[in-house]
Design a protein around this ligand. Structure first.
Ligand SMILES: [Ca+2]
Length: 302
């Protein structure tokens, strides 16, 4: 068997729970190896809740970081699935966000340690990756962020935008000034190929319902229930993760539409077709059941 491709997961771990479905999918993938998780929206409880989630699948050793600058996203969830995960799986200890690396340091340390390129699965706001891109050389690498990404990132798989609507506004992009600025920097400057999965692709594909998970104490089942999504949730994030796992848009069941992407100051997205671009968005070739079946299969086992 050939060596597994490596993947870093970049999540908001915020108000929605499809991030949890995506994370379990990445843990269960036989094609890829998850080597790190970054949280791009700061909440004190987020990194510890992800560490506990990972621990439930025997993967508590995967490094976790949190963007300590991203404290200004509005409406952090109270008593969300993060809280429930900590209540359910903690032995009474609590690890504050201070115990974890901050995002740019995490990315620079991790990427510079790799012999091969890693893909990034970005299913939240893009501020951590934008800050990485703008970073200078440090104790881990003399390369600046652009050079480091070019050397060590294979591809960015990003859940962002609404590509059936010119001027559409999607949550991961348009949430705040921080997210808008970041998405624009990434679209225009990121020195590696980007594949976008837009809002329109994931909205009608429902996955992660607790009926597909046999153990009610499974961390994903606990999180989905805490979110009120026992019957499943839209699949923006798990579809993006599955694309990265398969590593090929067409094999994953999509057509590719190549072009140049940008966002205005209000987070509205714009796209100009260009066959020579290394950026594309994906369009589903099959009905929703094709995608939901694959995702549910991957998350159903421990
Ligand atoms: Ca997300």
């Amino acid at each position: 068997m050939s060596k597994k491709r490596t993947v870093i997961f970049d999540t908001d771990w915020w108000t929605d729970c499809d991030d949890c479905v995506a994370l379990k999918l990445l843990l269960n993938s036989e094609e890829t190896e998850l080597i790190g998780v970054n949280i791009n929206a700061f909440m004190e409880i987020s990194p510890y809740s992800i560490e506990l989630f990972l621990s439930q699948y025997g993967r508590g050793n995967i490094p976790v970081s949190v963007d300590k600058k991203a404290t200004d996203y509005p409406d952090p969830p109270k008593n969300g699935y993060q809280q429930k995960i900590v209540e359910t799986y903690s032995d009474g200890e609590f690890k504050s966000a201070d115990s974890y690396e901050t995002s740019v340091k995490f990315y620079r340390r991790l990427l510079s340690s790799l012999n091969e390129k890693a893909d990034i699965v970005a299913v939240g706001f893009q501020n951590s990756i934008a800050d990485l891109l703008l970073s200078e050389g440090d104790e881990f690498s003399p390369l600046n962020g652009m050079e480091l990404c070019k050397a060590k990132v294979g591809k960015l798989w990003a859940m962002a935008g609404k590509w059936n609507e010119d001027g559409g506004r999607e949550y991961n992009v348009a949430n705040s000034k921080r997210s808008v600025t970041a998405a624009k920097i990434i679209a225009e400057k990121f020195p590696c190929p980007i594949t976008y999965l837009g809002f329109e692709a994931g909205e009608s594909v429902i996955t992660g319902g607790t009926s597909v998970i046999s153990d009610e104490n499974d961390a994903l089942a606990v999180a989905m229930k805490a979110h009120g999504s026992e019957n499943g949730r839209c699949s923006w994030d798990p579809m993006t993760a599955l694309l990265a796992v398969i590593g090929d848009e067409e094999k994953a069941g999509y057509d590719k539409v190549y072009g140049n992407f940008t966002f205005d100051e209000n987070g509205k997205n714009y796209f100009i077709p260009d066959e020579s671009s290394d950026r594309c968005f994906v369009v589903k070739k099959y009905d929703d059941a094709f995608y939901s079946r694959k995702i549910n299969e991957l998350i159903s086992c421990k």
